[in-house]
Structure formats: C-alpha cells, structure tokens
Design a protein. Structure first.
Length: 333
C-alpha cells in the first residue's frame, strides 16, 4: 500500500483541458452509508469550505430540477435524448457559474445518481442499472468528471438497513425466500464499481468503506478532496438512522401486520440468520480482497491505517492503487 497522491486542481485541469480548471467530483453514496449525515455536514460547513476553494452541490441543489431528465422521466412528452440534452445544458450553465466564483473543487453529492434502494430490493441486486445511469450523468457533466467516489458497506448490514427502511415505509416483512434471493444474488459491490468505472472512463474511481469513514464525514471529505484539513463542526450529527426492531414492531403491528415475523431481540434489526449473515460477509470480504488486489485497474480503495483519536485530525490514510495483475428515492441514505 502506498500513500494517497491526489492530483492537484491544476493538474486535473491539464488532463481535462486548459480552459477547464475546476475539478468535478461525484460522490454517489451508496445509500445506507451515512450519505445523509455527510450531506448535512457539507451543507452546514459550505461557507467555510468555499474559503478553501471547495464548492458543494447536495440534494437540495441536485433534486431541485438541475438534474431532471438526466435519467429519463416517465410520462415526459420529450424523448430521452431531448431530456438529457436539456439537463446537460442546465448543468453546463451551473458549472460555468461555479467556476466564475473561483471554486477549484466541486463536490456533487447525491446517492440517487447511483440508483434506488427500492429497485435494489425489488430486483434483489445491488444497483443493477448503475452503468446506464452513470453513463448519462457523465454525459450531463460534459465528460468533465475527474473523480467518482463510492462508499460500500458489508452486505449483511447494508441489506438489513435497507430492509428496515422499506418495512417502516410499508413494505411487507421479508420472507425466507426474499432473504435467500439477496444472499444468493450474483451481483456484488465489485460489479457496481466495474459498471461505474466503465461509464466514467476518464475519472478516477475511489472506494471508501463505510466501516472506516461512515461516522467521520470530515475524514471522508479529506479523502475525497485530498485537502489536509477539514472543518469538524457538525461532524457528529447522525441523521436518517435505520429504525430499530422495537420501532418496526410498533409500525408493523399498527398497520395490522405480523410483527412476530421480525424476530426477537432489541436495537438494530438483523433479518438474516447466522448462515445467511456469514454468506453475505464472505461476499463483502471477496469484494475487499478484489479491491486490495488492484481492482483490475478500475478503482482505488482508500482505508485508514490507524484509528484516529477523538479531537484529533487523523492521517489521510493509505490506498491500494488500482492496477491489473497483468500490468428516486428521497432521503433514504
């Protein structure tokens, strides 16, 4: 493992074109990896970050019409190509305005760019349309995206959290066969990463494990931007937590469902049994092994080397630089 070496905004500009000096970074989440807390942190520190040359577009900006049409809207009278063309024009104008303010790095954070948890559950697969979606977003940003950042999480806790939210919002309590389909799904994080890399061939793909960065948004932003010091204000807000099993029991019982199917216990709901949990954790271990082995040259895994102490600014960490061995949902994160 080597030390992280991020390209400077100036070097990124050379790679993208001399007249385009602003680095564009897409933070995709995923859902259930503390992305809402991260966006809260960005929003509350936006003024301070701007003084360091960091601009922020969060969901309040991206979901207010800016990106409408990048993914074709159902029921629209315009053809998908027309919708994308109009969205590309809006994004281009917004990027020009951002550059004129002197922003050196623009962080665009919206987990819905990647897809929707409801679709993941319906298809029993992790973001199976990520490639098509991200190809359209790459086009909307004028092929100027320099870095794409993806957070991943152990599949047992990712699916458990997604299911808890779904049940709280009216989804039926999953049955054994529902859970088995998630456990045996052939699509893993490495497939999502590969799709994103193919859709954004000119961008560096960085992968941040939730288990390392989930509760420390200042360290996540440090890793995303490559800047050494990030503000710590509002860094420990914990938003949009998955409902506890006690809350789910009350919700399911109130609507006349079978709350006993949630199982016993307290605190975080774990819908999977021991064997299912072990299989999902093995899948995650395989994903991490692939990333640490170089990710076939597609992505860089960023991990900490030492746990940071409370009240200190920990080191940026290390990366495994990718190389080949041969060379819709609203606020659900």
């Amino acid at each position: 493992m080597g030390v992280i070496n991020f390209p400077s905004p100036h070097r990124a500009a050379i790679r993208q074109g001399a007249s385009k000096t602003m680095e564009i970074i897409l933070h995709l989440g995923a859902h259930r990896t503390a992305s809402t807390s991260f966006q809260h942190y960005l929003r509350r520190n936006a003024e301070t970050l701007a003084k360091s040359g960091i601009g922020v577009w969060g969901p309040l900006r991206t979901r207010d019409g800016l990106l409408t049409g990048v993914v074709p809207a159902s029921g629209s009278l315009r053809a998908p190509a027309q919708q994308l063309a109009r969205a590309t024009g809006r994004v281009s104008i917004a990027l020009t305005k951002a550059e004129q303010t002197g922003i050196a790095q623009l962080v665009v954070s919206d987990e819905n760019m990647l897809g929707a948890p409801r679709r993941n559950l319906r298809h029993s697969a992790l973001y199976d349309d990520a490639g098509q979606r991200m190809a359209r977003f790459a086009q909307a940003f004028g092929r100027r995206v320099t870095r794409v950042v993806l957070s991943i999480r152990a599949q047992d806790s990712y699916w458990g959290s997604a299911l808890a939210f779904a049940v709280a919002r009216g989804h039926r309590v999953p049955r054994r066969d529902d859970l088995d389909r998630l456990v045996t799904s052939p699509r893993h994080w490495r497939d999502v990463i590969a799709d994103v890399a193919c859709a954004c061939p000119g961008a560096d793909i960085h992968v941040l494990p939730y288990e390392v960065f989930g509760g420390q948004p200042e360290r996540k932003l440090q890793a995303i931007t490559g800047q050494a010091k990030m503000p710590r204000k509002h860094a420990r807000a914990w938003l949009n937590r998955a409902p506890t099993i006690e809350s789910l029991r009350a919700i399911v019982a109130e609507r006349g469902g079978h709350s006993a199917r949630l199982g016993e216990g307290e605190g975080r709901w774990q819908p999977f049994d021991a064997a299912q949990t072990a299989a999902l954790r093995e899948s995650y271990a395989d994903d991490l092994f692939w990333l640490r082995a170089g990710a076939d040259g597609l992505a860089t895994l960023i991990e900490e080397t030492e746990p940071g102490e409370a009240g200190t600014q920990p080191p940026l960490g290390q990366t495994t630089r990718g190389h080949s061995n041969d060379d819709e949902e609203r606020r659900m994160a």
